[in-house]
Design a protein around this ligand. Sequence first.
Ligand code: GLY
Length: 378
Amino acid sequence: MTAPLRGSDPIVVDVALGARSYDIVIGRGQLASLGARIAKLRPGAKVAIVSDKNVAARHLDAAVAAVKGNVLQVCTVVLPPGESTKSFEHLASLCDHLISQRIERNDLVIALGGGVIGDLTGFAAAIVRRGLDYVQVPTSLLAQVDSSVGGKTAIDSPQGKNLIGAFHQPVLVIADTALLDTLPEREFRAGYAEVAKYGLLGDAAFFAWLEANWKDVFAGGPAREHAIATSCRAKAAIVARDERETGDRMLLNLGHTFGHALEAAAGYSDRLLHGEAIAIGMALAFEFSARRGLLPKAEAERAIGHLAAVGLPTRIGQVEGGGPPLDELMDLIAQDKKVSRGKLTFILARGIGNAFVAPEVDAQDVRAFLAEMLKQAN
Ligand code: GLY
């Protein structure tokens, strides 16, 4: 992640949603193209750039420089970093700010940051003046391959993550892969879990490519761009088929039912980053699938082995401070995905690249499986 790498021609992925279609522009140095791209999209617009303190220190000046001269007016909003920013309080102050800066329907809001900034800014854009257009400029690997694409916007409620929100698609996503050079390695690795997810859920060839090339993805350069573009193409195809998550989009939740519960139990803290929780969740989903005879044990071991090889946690025992008690874990699972008459909806796998939605999983089977996993962890 340290070698100075040259800028590249971007890879452009189309999210095909009819009149609401948009491009994801992927490549090193693409932040510099932001101004020209938005001038083309909204000539003469005012823009508000929303970021957090950490990202602003690294990238806000470059973002402002990129848009200046291409827009009528630019204002900036810098929020505190961290999941607690996805609150009503910060949503209210962001909305007030956008209104007082007179950002109108033909103007643009730009989310410059990771998933927290993207989700919060997208939701503010969805509701201010009944809907403003916005651009995602994701600055974390996780946001570049997942949260910036597909129009899910939200804040958290005391009852859980992302419970208050709206589907509101951006008009453009710019994934400048050079912005990932300054990410702490742990955060990049956590984001990689979502990259591996696309291979595991629907693309065995991509998974095999990742097994062979993951070190180059971490190092930056063309392999990183290929991995991000392949992930975005996979997500764009799923979102185009099922924007509102009534079917196929649920596949993107592979590892998330177990993962969200572990993340919640760890208090959404540095004890367990989102991507790390998803890595454990995917490992559990493959192990659980193998035990149900859906795929050979060796294939589940291969899936889990790759996550472990890149340094991601794959076992509950690897959560810093230990995993939660079984009852707490089951309660959290029930909150995340509704239990209906003792049945849970899970994403399970018939093989690497072959995940499916299993709507009728017996909660007692899940409980027995987790009891065993927790016993191994202790
Ligand atoms: N992150 C899952 C989705 O966008 O549906």
